[in-house]
Design a binder for this molecule. Structure first.
Ligand code: NAD
Length: 477
């Protein structure tokens, strides 16, 4: 099997081969991928630094052409890349293909942004002097990404980085190098000059850590767990560099007495369990007012009984396997914790046998949970959700906000009054009304509050807040 190598300074380079395993069938090796070293990181950062002066001054048409070409190739290969993604991560084929389409849309969007760069000219406080305010690229950006969106998250970091004239060292999650490698290959062939985009695959403790320790990164954009995010923050303060963190979530989905039951059940099932519950925007706290509680739980349980868990590539599968053995252990540990805490396991939670060996877990729904239980406070990151019964809207809102996280939130209601109040008072970066907490557009800001995020928003035009720095120039003609 061919070894997929790292890309450093425009050349594909060595590394130990490690297999990329399919979580739907652990006998299947998706491919062999290189594992980089700290020296590879140093070489990649040096190459990106050398490439920065020319790329940061490149014409907007050059940058537009590369990003557009990449967008077109990703879209043209959506089925093949979607299959690769599903094989390495375990989300279903429609979810994998949908994510690839989103990556193409993101590159298309930022190709367009290269043609819409603006600045401001304003009068000086001193007559006769001109003032210009412009945005400039930062320099070399470190991109560190998690395993749960193997192509979309790299896309929404790399596309704006390149669009605004930065160069990049990209370290994907160790579990999903396949989609990352394919994306870098596409961008490389689309015409990026050597060193503008470098790929170093491998372990967080080696490759990621070497990036954190480098004094030559002007910024790090990170998505992953809260613990690693803190390391990114501390190292960045030490090196006086900009950083952006997207981390965990414990997203609430509120169901009020006046909700449309069908809408509420569909949104809760989607938020909690689709993509195997492995979305940072997944909802694992379902907060339900007492008038609808029993009907809602009965309907959601009935809905979950119809969910087919299976091989990600099979047509009838609704929910694929958990990504790996460690994550599966975390999920089942939390199911035990929930039982010990006194919540009632109303549905699921069993390990499932399928024709191929994989990490198959039945969606697990707890009821009679309280917001103080660990299953309601800590991110599980699997197909496990807990229903919390509350008296009324006020208690629902207070419970929704009583969390260290603040990424996304949702409410099912037919009341304009409550929907409006919730949008205004929910302490989350993204709020959904009668929609799942997960599932966002590619062209508008993405990000959270409190322990979920730090720094400017990602995606859409707001991406320029992280990927550029402002310059104010004064001229006396
Ligand atoms: P993780 O923190 O373990 O890993 C994220 C990345 O950091 C990986 O590339 C990893 O190799 C790297 N890394 C690990 N240790 C490092 C170190 N010492 N130095 C530098 N880099 C290091 O997270 P994960 O398990 O891959 O992803 C799951 C987490 O990501 C969940 O908490 C989830 O909520 C979060 N997530 C958040 C968002 C969001 O936008 N808020 C989106 C997706 C996932």
């Amino acid at each position: 099997m061919a070894l997929h190598q790292n890309l450093i300074g425009g050349a594909w380079a060595g590394g130990d081969a490690v297999p990329n395993i399919n979580p739907s069938d652990t006998n299947e090796v998706v491919g062999e991928y290189a594992r980089g070293t700290a020296d590879d990181v140093k070489a990649a950062i040096a190459a990106a630094k050398a490439a920065f002066p020319a790329w940061s001054r490149s014409g907007i048409l050059e940058r537009h052409a590369v990003l557009k070409k990449a967008a077109d190739e990703i879209m043209a290969r959506k089925d093949e890349l979607g299959a690769l993604l599903s094989r390495e991560e375990g989300k279903t084929l429609p979810e994998g293909t949908g994510e690839v389409i989103r990556a193409a849309q993101i590159f298309d969007f930022f190709a367009g942004e290269t043609l819409r760069l603006t600045g401001e000219t304003v009068p000086s406080a001193r007559p006769g002097i001109g003032v210009e305010i412009t945005r400039e690229p930062l320099g070399v950006i470190g991109v560190i990404t998690p395993w749960n969106f193997p192509i979309a998250i790299p896309a929404w970091k790399i596309a704006p980085a390149l669009c605004y004239g930065n160069t990049v060292v990209f370290k994907p999650a160790d579990l999903v190098p396949g989609s990352a490698w394919a994306l870098v290959d596409i961008l490389h062939r689309a015409g990026l000059p050597a060193g503008v985009l470098n790929l170093v695959m491998g372990k967080g403790s080696i490759v990621g850590q070497a990036m954190l320790e480098s004094p030559d990164l002007a910024g790090i954009t990170f998505t992953g767990s809260t613990g690693t995010g803190k390391r990114v923050a501390l190292s960045s303060i030490e090196h006086n560099r900009k950083f952006q963190l997207e981390m965990g979530g414990k997203n609430p989905f509120v169901v009020l007495d006046d909700a449309d039951l069908g809408v509420a059940v569909e949104a809760a099932a989607n938020s909690g369990f689709f993509a195997t519950g492995q979305r940072c925007t997944a909802s694992s706290r379902i907060i339900v007012t007492e008038g609808i509680h029993d009907r809602f739980v009965a309907a959601l349980t009935e809905r979950l009984a119809k969910v087919t868990v299976g091989h990600a590539m099979e047509k009838d599968t609704h929910v694929g396997p958990v990504v790996d053995r460690n994550q599966l252990r975390q999920d089942t540990d939390y199911i035990e914790i929930g039982k010990q805490e006194g919540a009632r396991l109303a549905f699921g939670g069993a390990l499932l046998d399928r024709p191929t060996p994989g990490f198959y877990l039945q969606p697990a729904l707890f009821t009679e949970a309280t917001n103080q239980m660990r299953i309601a406070r800590e991110e599980i990151f699997g197909p496990v959700a807990a229903v919390i019964r509350v008296k009324d809207y006020d208690e629902a809102l207070a419970t929704a906000n009583d969390t260290p996280f603040g990424l996304s939130s949702g409410i099912a209601t037919t009341s304009l009054k409550y929907a409006t109040h919730f949008k205004r008072n929910s302490e989350a970066g993204m709020v959904m009304v009668n929609l799942p907490t997960a599932g966002v557009d590619f062209h508008v800001p993405f990000g959270g509050r409190k322990g979920s995020s730090f720094g400017p928003r990602e995606q859409g035009r707001y991406a320029n807040e992280f990927f550029t720095t402002v310059k104010t120039a004064y001229t006396l003609p």
